[in-house]
Design a protein around this ligand. Structure first.
Ligand code: NAP
Length: 251
């Protein structure tokens, strides 16, 4: 993927990683459209970045996906990049089953079915573009799960697997598949404490490293920043148990 000259849809672009990616791509000379459920936060980001566009969209809502896809293609016929970034991360105590199931189902609907439905709805359009990309935001927890967030970790592992299979099915087409696996980053994903947690990677540092990797290798398949490498390669490094213990250590 070339990092300028694209028309880019970013889900969950009103905050955190999605907002930071939106602002970097906007500054790099792309038409960026951000979506989310909260119109006020989308509007605030767009107001600070003149030319950026917004559309509200709930990725967990199966009814609105096809309608949204048709609308965005009609409004932006040059759309050629989709960044599936929207996500939620909630703790689940499985011992409360079945009371935990609403959290489980909402997590799967948002983090797994949402990206799959949106990608599926937009794929015919993307494949007709001269050059296109589907980006999936997974997580280091795809490779080493967090015990407190079992379904979250499972959805990210599933997104990793889906990205590999999608990439192979699209090989030879105009559309590439890029997975970004963030480490623990300072955003409000799990609440205000995360945005200030010194154990989390500063958001600006993370985005700078991501953009540098994308710029250096237009054919990159997985974007793994240095901080995420211990998780991504725990199995290959044969130290899964140590990394699992570190990820799940109380702090
Ligand atoms: N921060 C980390 O440590 C970390 C690590 C690994 C992976 N990630 C992944 O990075 C992505 C972005 O997370 P973040 O850290 O930037 O957290 P964030 O600031 O909470 O961003 C999540 C975004 O997703 C949107 N969203 C949630 N549910 C949605 C829905 N049903 N429909 C549409 N949009 C929805 C939210 O917007 P609305 O509320 O307006 O809908 C919000 O803008 C997520 O996929 C997350 O799993 C984050």
């Amino acid at each position: 993927m070339h990092i300028s000259g694209n028309t880019i849809l970013i889900t969950g672009g009103g905050s955190g990683i999605g907002q930071a990616l939106a602002e970097k791509f906007h500054a790099a000379g792309n038409q960026v459209i951000i979506t989310g459920r909260n119109a006020a936060s989308l509007d605030a980001v767009a107001a600070a970045n003149p030319g950026m566009a917004t559309m509200t969209f709930d990725v967990a809502d199966p009814q609105s996906c096809a309608h949204f896809a048709a609308n965005i293609v009609a409004a932006y016929p040059a759309l050629n990049v989709v960044i599936n970034n929207a996500g939620i991360m909630q703790n689940e105590d499985l011992l409360t089953a079945p009371a935990n199931l609403p959290t489980t189902e909402q997590t799967i609907a948002t983090n797994l079915l949402g990206p799959i439905r949106l990608t599926s709805a937009l794929l015919p359009h993307l494949l007709a573009q001269p050059s296109a990309s589907v980006m999936m935001i997974s997580s280091g927890l795809a490779f080493v799960p967090m015990v407190a967030t079992p379904t979250y970790s499972a959805t990210k592992a599933a997104i990793h697997a889906y990205a590999i299979a999608l990439r192979e099915q699209l090989r030879g087409s105009s559309t590439q598949v890029i997975e970004i696996a963030p480490p623990y980053v300072q955003t409000h994903l799990q609440g205000d404490h995360q945005a200030k947690d010194p154990n989390a990677m500063p958001l600006a540092d993370f985005i700078d490293e991501v953009m540098a990797i994308l710029a250096a290798d237009p054919a990159v398949e997985e974007v793994i920043v240095e901080r995420c490498k211990p998780l991504r390669f725990a199995a290959q490094n044969r130290n899964f148990d140590q990394v699992f213990a570190a990820v799940n250590a109380p702090h």
